[in-house]
Design a protein around this ligand. Structure first.
Ligand SMILES: Nc1ncnc2c1ncn2[C@@H]1O[C@H](COP(=O)(O)OP(=O)(O)OP(=O)(O)O)[C@@H](O)[C@H]1O
Ligand SMILES: [Mg+2]
Length: 324
């Protein structure tokens, strides 16, 4: 699509955190990027964070668990749940499973940790940092913007609160992951004013609170590419005012006007978002398609756009990408 930024950063990174307003397409795009990276031969892991109703199930047909499950060649999915992440952290800390089991049996400790601000987020991100050492690419499907920004900023908060000790070391390990040049933040947006506003706020908040991720890439999802010429736009405007066009004519004109509004909304969103960060543009697809098919079509659209040459087995459905 025209005006789209270079999306190769998606395929050079080792860790990608995806966030954005609710319903913008974070999960679908995380899956699309993961499928493409896996098809390129990179060992790829897709993570949800402590999800009560994991979204990957609808796309891959199996429920992600704490331990990664292989769903395709080079591609695994998981749900990083906080309690087993805490177990793992304690096991690393004390280096003995028996002692960890004793600690965990003491429910007061897990209740205390759960109530400690940020402890849950630290454990989840610590697990992600560990997984990042085992894969070529780890994609984290984060919660919606505000929650994700809060989660990422827990690292600097913990560093301020703890001068030394295990929590401080945990925060430092996560900080080291966030600071790596090949760790990136992806903000998913839509061509809608409210969503663009929220994207701007999130970008600003993360710039202040998580400076290591202050150069995000934006994915403008569900975009409508510009196809109407200025002459066609003018004609539509004139026809809209014409009195005798009949019922069929009126319907056609309304369809043209809708196309014009969608194209304008995309152009306006693109202009505002490009002032914040590079923007990769992805098309709106047919309504009423299932989650798996939308993910397949977006994978194909992203492959075309990134000029990535891969054999997308089972992604042939993506041929329809770019249509509505
Ligand atoms: N480009 C697109 N064209 C059409 N439909 C899309 C597109 N991208 C995503 N969708 C659909 O939009 C819906 C929301 O997508 P998705 O679940 O990925 O969003 P999300 O940001 O992860 O939502 P949540 O905030 O609930 O986690 C899904 O039904 C998905 O199939
Ligand atoms: Mg989601």
């Amino acid at each position: 699509m025209a005006d789209s930024a270079d999306s190769s950063v998606l395929f050079r990174s080792r860790v990608l955190f995806l966030t954005g307003k609710g319903g913008t397409g974070k999960t679908t795009l995380a899956c699309a990027i993961a499928k493409l990276a896996a098809a390129q031969g990179r060992r790829t892991l897709l993570c949800e964070l402590d999800s009560q109703r994991p979204s990957f199930t609808a796309i891959f047909g199996c429920v992600p668990t704490y331990q990664p499950t292989v769903v395709a060649p080079n591609l695994s999915i998981c749900n990083v749940e906080w309690m087993p992440a805490l177990d793992d952290w304690l096991a690393d800390l004390v280096g003995a499973g028996r002692i960890v089991r004793m600690i965990m049996k003491n429910r007061m400790i897990s209740i205390f940790l759960e109530a400690t601000p940020g402890a849950r987020d630290l454990m989840l991100l610590h697990r992600v940092a560990k997984l990042a050492t085992q894969y070529d690419l780890v994609l984290v499907d984060m919660p919606a913007s505000g929650n994700a920004a809060g989660m990422l900023s827990v690292v600097s908060t913990s560093r301020r609160l703890f001068d030394a000790g295990p929590i401080r070391r945990c925060a430092e390990e996560i900080d080291a992951l966030l600071a790596r040049a090949d760790t990136s933040l992806v903000l998913v947006a839509l061509p809608e004013e409210m969503v663009v506003n929220e994207t701007k706020e999130t970008r600003e908040r993360i710039r202040m609170e998580v400076p290591a991720l202050s150069q995000p890439l934006i994915l403008l999802n569900r975009a409508t590419p510009a196809t109407l010429s200025p002459a066609e736009r003018e004609l539509l405007e004139r026809l809209a005012k014409a009195p005798d066009v009949g019922v069929d004519g009126r319907e056609l004109i309304e369809a043209g006007r809708l196309e014009e509004r969608l194209e304008t909304a995309t152009a306006e969103a693109l202009e505002r978002l490009q002032a914040l960060a590079p923007v990769v543009v992805l098309p709106v697809l047919a309504r009423g398609e299932g989650a798996a098919r939308v993910a397949a079509q977006l994978t194909a659209a992203l492959a075309r756009q990134s000029k990535v040459k891969v054999d997308l087995v089972g992604e042939a459905a993506g041929r329809a990408g770019g249509t509505r």
